[in-house]
Write a protein that binds this ligand. Sequence first.
Ligand code: NDP
Length: 237
Amino acid sequence: MPRHVLITGGSRGIGRALVKAFAAQGDLTAFTYLRSEEAAASLRAETGALPYRCDSRSEEEVIKACKKILSLFHTLDALVINAGTSLYETLEGTSLPQWQDQLNVHLTGAYLCTRELLPALREKKGAVVYISSVWGQSGGSNEAAYSAAKAGLIGLMKAMAKEAAPLVRFNCVAPGIIDTEMLNHFSQEEKEGLSSLVPLERLGTPEDVAKAALFLCSDNASYITGQTLAVNGGMYI
Ligand code: NDP
């Protein structure tokens, strides 16, 4: 029986790899995106996965998208909360709107989607994975808002692992430095410098992260809940 899966922020980067990985194993997959219309359309053509334009920060849009997806799928086995943006800024340089935007896209987005989809996930004894970050575990200098939002996701995941047990499992994946467009503000030389911080001596790939999420959503992880799986090449142990 194919499973039904939703991935937020699936148009690019890690989310795109997630959509491809779930679709490749035969899961009926839906994904959200915000701005990358063409990338979303090409992913649909490539995988058959269904795109929905939905801003994770908007309660109205999340409710609408979740209703649409459930009206089509009628059921949900797995949810991966991945949509996000980064903010490289000192705390004093971070404006209140920037601070709130980081909390909204990462944390409020996860809350809204989880809230809307939990009844369906309970029915299927489903699994939820939040894509956090090494900075949510260790704290990143000049990334206070991002680190706080990503640490918040780990707290939300742990609370939900208890609150939704025994029916729904909740886990996080905490990627290290993954080579996506999110790193576009670094030059090639800077990226090579970043690799030298990683014991496994390379940046991560979106596929590295997708494999971990696939595992946590699978029956192979049926006794794992409330955990954060680091996919960081050993940069934070
Ligand atoms: P990208 O910038 O490559 O992709 C981000 C994705 O999120 C896009 O599909 C984008 O959609 C979507 N998105 C952004 N804002 C919203 C929004 N408000 N509503 C809906 N979708 C949105 O980032 P990555 O793939 O690198 O990052 C994915 C996740 O992984 C993020 O949560 C990030 O914090 C986390 N992460 C990334 C790391 C890295 O080193 N790259 C390390 C640790 C964690 P669109 O293009 O359509 O707007």
